[in-house]
Design a protein around this ligand. Structure first.
Ligand code: UDP
Ligand code: MG
Length: 315
């Protein structure tokens, strides 16, 4: 299997047939084996019915039906998991992404890139609630991850299977795969894609998503830097707090001994106690995080490193 198109679907009944019609002509032109993996994310409209029809007419259409609405990232993650193609291209099922762009993604993959990200340069969404927050979010994500891509939010991207087969997606994290992949040594690029206004159905998102994205970004960044050594993060902060608490405590005692001031008139005793307690707590939290991290690696037989090549080893 060469190519898997992955479609997360939530209440898109009017779009699905049109999308299918637009998809099959570029896909058939490829002359390679392909599949269209549709994940129905608990739609309350007739999307499931339409998908069943499509799948009965065309065995290249494969459908996963969620019991409930678990969100776009979960749907995409399931689609990737059940797909078989060497190359995976997720896209929106609402006709905002353009199936005619598929060949551009494949061209870049053939040039040797591992991840190709779409850039909706001419994005057809509202300015204030969608485009502006997205510009800001992309700027922040670029700064924090160090991987500069114009449009992290574009769900139409192309991946080589080996790059994402082991990536687990949570929250809004599908958009960070290019950063993740790049940290692990993948070659990442972007291409300008078409973007159409939504004609049928409604968008499922508003301004609130930006905040979720930023929170997820903090998690991704934290995991990438401190995943193997959380105690260095918590312990570092803990030591700082403990040290400050002790210094302030000593100051308070000195004030009392030399009777410069009644220490009850100062915030020093409370501050000192607070900082010492927080410091101890942070260190304890770091130790807990270390234990959780070990469970994670050892229960799944994961190694804290990634090997690129090995020479002269016998299995
Ligand atoms: N989607 C989904 N589950 C959800 C919300 C959205 O599978 O809970 C799908 C939706 O059907 C569409 C894609 O994710 O195929 C993008 O959603 P939408 O068009 O609402 O997002 P926007 O383009 O406005 O960012
Ligand atoms: Mg959309």
């Amino acid at each position: 299997m060469k190519l898997s198109i992955v479609l997360p679907i939530y209440n898109e009944e009017e779009n699905l047939r049109l999308l299918y019609d637009q998809l099959i002509s570029p896909l058939n032109k490829l002359g390679e084996k392909y599949e269209i993996v549709c994940v129905n994310d608990g739609s309350s409209d007739n999307s499931w019915g339409v998908l069943k029809d499509l799948a009965s007419q065309d065995s290249n259409v494969k459908v996963v039906n969620f019991k409930n609405n678990f969100g776009q990232t979960a749907a995409m993650s399931a689609g990737i998991k059940f797909s078989q193609g060497e190359i995976i291209i997720p896209m929106d099922a609402d006709l905002q992404n353009d199936p005619a762009d598929i060949y551009k993604f494949l061209e870049k993959i053939n040039e040797g890139f591992d991840v190709v990200s779409g850039w909706r340069k001419n994005r057809q969404d509202t300015l204030i609630s969608r485009k502006l927050p997205s510009w800001i979010a992309n700027w922040i994500i670029g700064k924090i991850t160090g991987v500069k891509i114009h449009d992290y939010g574009c769900s139409m991207k192309a991946y080589k299977r080996e790059i994402i087969k082991d990536v687990n997606l949570y929250g809004e994290m599908h958009r960070f795969i290019p950063a993740y992949a790049s940290w692990q040594g993948a070659k990442v690029t972007e291409i300008v894609v078409n973007h159409h206004p939504r004609i049928h159905g409604q968008t499922k998102y508003g301004l609130g998503r930006t905040f979720k994205v930023v929170l997820d970004l903090i998690v991704v960044k934290f995991l990438s830097v401190y995943m193997n050594r959380p105690i260095h993060f918590f312990g570092g902060l803990g030591f700082m707090s403990l040290f400050l608490g002790i210094v302030i405590g000593i100051m308070a005692v000195l004030l009392r001994i030399f009777e410069i001031k009644y220490i009850v008139e100062t915030p020093l005793p409370t501050l000192s106690a607070l900082l010492v307690i927080v410091g101890v707590q942070l260190i304890a939290m770091g130790i807990l995080a270390e234990m959780i991290m070990r469970t994670y690696y050892e229960s799944q037989h994961k190694e804290p490193y990634i090997i690129k090549d090995k020479i002269n080893f016998t299995d």
